[in-house]
Design a protein around this ligand. Sequence first.
Ligand code: AMP
Ligand code: ZN
Length: 142
Amino acid sequence: MSSEPNCVFCRIIRGEIPATIVHRGDACLAFLDIQPLAPGHTLVVPTPHYPTLDGMPGELVGEVASVLPRLGSALIRVTGATGFNVLINNGPDAGQVVPHLHIHLIPRSAGDGLGFRWNVRGYQPGEADRLAESLRRALAGG
Ligand code: AMP
Ligand code: ZN
C-alpha cells in the first residue's frame, strides 16, 4: 500500500490540501486535528496508506509510534496540559471516520470535562481462560 488518490490524509501527505504540520518523519506525518478536543490535539499518520492498525506491518507501527514520547512531552510543555490520551479508533464500529490509520494525541488536564464511557462487564467462570487460549492459538498461527 502507498498512496490513495482520494484519501484526505494521503492528500495532506502529498501536500494537496493544507494542514498544520507539527512533525515530518521518514515514516509518519503529525499535524493538528482540524476539530480538536483540546488545543494541541494532534494526529500522527503513517506516510503509506493503511486503513487500519491490524493491516499494518509491525515495524512500521513501531516507527510511527516512536515519535509519541517526544511529541507527547512537547505537547505537555507547550499546551500546559498535565497528561494526554493516545487513541486509535480502529474500524468504523470503533469510531473511525477517516480510513487512513491515525493516532490521536489528546492533551488532558484536570477537570477538562473530556472522558470515555467505560461500561465494564465481567467474565463468566472459565470465559477469560478460554478466550486467552483462543488468542494464544491465533497469535501462534500468525
Ligand atoms: P477518527 O474518528 O479517529 O477517524 O478521526 C478522524 C479525525 O480526523 C477527526 O478528529 C477529524 O477532526 C480529523 N480530520 C478530518 N479531516 C481533517 C483534516 N483535513 N485536517 C486535520 N484533521 C482532520
Ligand atoms: Zn491515505
